[in-house]
Design a protein around this ligand. Structure first.
Ligand SMILES: [Zn+2]
Length: 345
């Protein structure tokens, strides 16, 4: 019986060493140490032994069983380690592979123009003011010297919600609201935002567009202040060597009113397609705030004066980036928008 036990031990050790996986190892465990295994059988057969032999054999069987169990555990640890290594090798990352490019997108060209203009004016001490896009007729027209029936209203036909409520045609109502709020205090704001007109969309017209208006009110505000401000704006947007010129014009809410041209950034003034061979490009309208507008907002037009200007963000972006159709800004075509990746600063 002792002989038999030694042989079993030898067999079990050989088989467990030969096992190449945890599954095979478990089969060895069941075969030799399991309830139906030969070692259990030997223990069961101990009843046939003499009382003197029994403890000796019992100890011997236990020693063998413990030894085989310990060896099984050692082997299991080795196999587990191997399995982990194999897994790691299979899943290892090849650091020499090029990375996957993450598409981050970029800012819309109109957003960029607006942010550039905002930066400039904030650096000059202006605040950025905002207001509702659905506006009262009063703030959009009346408070700006455009009473009901005024012919200049025809130039700014819009979408009406009710008789008295409409989609604003300019960001000027933000100026009217700010003046009302400040109650005679000095003002220095720009108002960027969406505005609406009942225009048929074509290459140069859109029923929705972005406007940036500026308003300064205080003592001793002169036309020369307006000119200096717009000169800084033109240089910021189109380059340091740009010049501006003012031409007389008409707006109901300013007096005098001017159209502002900037020297052509494409040809430098010698004449090209962009400037229609004049050397100048019209970029915005401006003027000194009309005394009626000041008085309606509670300012004393004898004591204070102010200037205002309005820029179309699309117009600036079209000139700056050479865009030939205003509709490109609103069709969300990635072929158009992705062109601005390269120049993103
Ligand atoms: Zn030109």
């Amino acid at each position: 019986m002792e002989q038999q036990l030694k042989q079993l031990e030898q067999e079990a050790l050989e088989k467990l060493q030969a096992a190449t996986s945890l599954k095979e190892l478990n089969e060895v465990r069941v075969a030799y140490l399991g309830k139906k295994g030969p070692i259990t059988d030997l223990l069961k057969g101990m009843g046939k032994l003499s009382p003197e032999e029994r403890p000796k054999m019992g100890a011997l069987v236990n020693t063998v069983r413990e030894y085989v169990t310990a060896e099984l555990e050692k082997k299991a640890a080795v196999l587990e380690e191997q399995a982990i290594q194999e897994q790691l090798e299979k899943e290892s990352v090849d650091v020499t592979l090029p990375g996957r490019k993450i598409k981050t997108g970029n800012r819309h060209p109109l957003t960029r123009v607006i942010e550039e203009i905002e930066d400039l004016f904030v650096s000059m001490g202006y605040e950025i003011a905002e207001g509702p896009e659905v506006e009262k007729d009063y703030y959009n027209f009346e408070a700006l010297n455009l009473p009901k029936g005024h012919p200049a209203r025809d130039m700014q036909d819009t979408f009406y919600i009710t008789e008295e409520t409409l989609l604003r045609t300019h960001t000027s109502p933000v100026q009217a609201r700010t003046m009302e709020l400040k109650k005679g205090e000095p003002i220095r704001i720009i108002c960027p935002g969406k505005v609406f007109r009942r225009d048929n969309d074509d290459a140069t017209h859109s029923h929705q567009f972005m406007q940036i208006e500026g308003l300064v009110i205080g003592e001793n505000i002169h036309m020369s202040d307006l000119k200096g401000t717009l000169d800084a704006l033109a240089k910021k947007m189109f380059g340091e060597e740009r010049e501006i010129r003012l031409r007389p014009s008409f707006f109901p809410f300013t007096e005098p009113s001017v159209e502002v041209d900037v020297s052509c950034h494409k040809c430098g003034g010698s004449g090209c397609n962009v400037c229609k061979h004049t050397g100048w490009i019209e970029i915005l309208g401006a003027g000194m705030v009309h005394p009626n507008v000041l008085e309606m907002a509670g300012y004393d037009s004898k004591k204070v004066s102010g200037f205002a200007f309005g820029i179309g963000a699309e117009r600036i972006a079209m000139l700056k980036y050479g865009v030939d159709d205003i509709r490109h800004f609103y069709t969300n075509d990635n072929r158009f928008l992705s062109q601005f990746h390269r120049t993103e600063g």
